[in-house]
Design a protein around this ligand. Structure first.
Ligand code: UT7
Length: 332
């Protein structure tokens, strides 16, 4: 029987207009362009402004653009899954709200929360619905309004994050392209180093939790950094070995964009050159679920059918993983 694979057939990104630069952050907290650039690689990030605007707006804009770009009508879409760590609200799922805003009315939709690995987890999940023959057109959204959970008086976290939305169209193929393999891992004991302390069922919102700033991102940067460097490099090398890929076989590494130093360490361990790595952290910062698709979207015109691409991420949870895919189309 011919194997059905899930292939990316279109991709879109969307960022809000407002640019928060290192210069502006230096006026808000005790930091500098020099510190942020050398420690993280980030120069600026886009921020979603406006009352009543949330992650679903970032996702819906990306989805509307994807449908237009790919010439797909909303009623052709079978399933939409949204990766996000900053849902519009605890319930309903942000995926449902995106579908409503983008005009996808007769649809199955849900969210996946795997923090910075959310896009990988969601792509892996979506691919199963295609590979089993169940569905023909599935949209994966990666969207996060990180500015909604960032404390802009905390210099250790406020310089890191940005807001963005992205959307990927997955369709079946019987050619030797698409998602070839994946590795996904979780270690819940790592949650102590990176989480949001309040606002869930363990610690619902109270005046005290708000006064204690417990609704913002809490991160022990150095501890997370050590795990991220090791785990992202390990899993990237593991997927290469599992698929018999040498460094010269890899066309592109597409890493989660959390810190330029983590990206460079991963590339070194894989034995690949810097010009084989997609890096745009300088312009977007860490947009959590949107980093990997924002790269693919920006590099789309340089990608060729059959290119060997490794996607890798590490994030809160802890969660981490890699996907090996063969790009499915030439520039259109
Ligand atoms: O995407 C999800 C997963 N997250 C990650 O992968 C993030 C992993 N962690 C990191 O990327 C890095 O740990 C950070 C970028 C968050 C921090 O870089 P670092 O090199 O680990 O710095 P550090 O936390 O060790 O701090 C070094 C110094 C400290 O001062 P002292 O104690 O040495 O006097 C900090 O207080 O830098 C200080 N510092 C800052 N200084 C200027 C921390 N943040 C800033 C800042 N500006 N924004």
């Amino acid at each position: 029987m011919t194997k059905i694979r899930a292939a990316i057939t279109s991709i879109n990104g969307w960022v809000p207009d407002y640019l928060l630069t290192n210069g502006e952050l230096s006026k808000m907290v005790d930091t500098s362009d020099e510190w942020i650039t050398t420690r993280t690689g980030i120069k600026e990030r886009h921020i979603l402004k406006g009352n009543g605007k949330g992650t679903s707006d970032l996702g819906a804009e990306a989805v509307k653009g994807l449908l237009e770009k790919s010439g797909t009508s909303p009623d052709e879409i079978d399933l939409l899954i949204c990766a996000t760590a900053t849902p519009d609200m605890l319930f309903p799922a942000t995926a449902n709200i995106i579908c409503d805003k983008a005009g996808l009315n007769n649809i199955f939709s849900f969210d996946i929360n795997a923090a910075c690995s959310g896009l990988l987890y969601t792509l892996i999940t979506a691919a199963q619905y295609i590979e089993t023959g169940m569905y023909k057109k599935v949209i994966v959204v990666g969207a996060d309004k990180m500015s909604s959970i960032v404390d802009y008086t905390d210099r250790t976290t406020c310089v890191l994050f940005g807001d963005a939305g992205s959307a990927i169209l997955l369709e079946p193929t019987t050619e030797n392209v698409g998602i070839m393999d994946f590795i996904a891992r979780t270690d819940g004991s790592g949650r102590i180093h990176l989480h949001q302390k309040a606002g869930g069922s363990v610690k619902p919102a109270t005046h005290e939790t708000i006064d204690a700033k417990e609704h913002f991102v809490f991160q022990e940067g150095q501890a997370v950094f050590k795990f991220a460097v090791t785990k992202m490099a390990d899993v990237s090398v593991e997927i290469m070995e599992k698929n018999g890929l040498k460094s010269e076989d890899i066309t592109w590494l597409v890493p989660h964009q959390a810190n330029l130093r983590i990206i460079e360490a991963t590339a070194r361990r894989m034995g690949i050159r810097k010009d084989q790595v997609m890096i745009n952290i300088q312009r977007y910062g860490n947009t959590t679920s949107a980093t990997i698709p924002l790269c693919l979207w920006e590099w789309e015109n340089q990608l060729r059918k059959g290119d060997n691409i490794i996607l890798s991420a590490f994030g809160g949870g802890f969660t981490w993983g890699s996907i090996y895919l063969k790009w499915a189309y030439d520039p259109k």
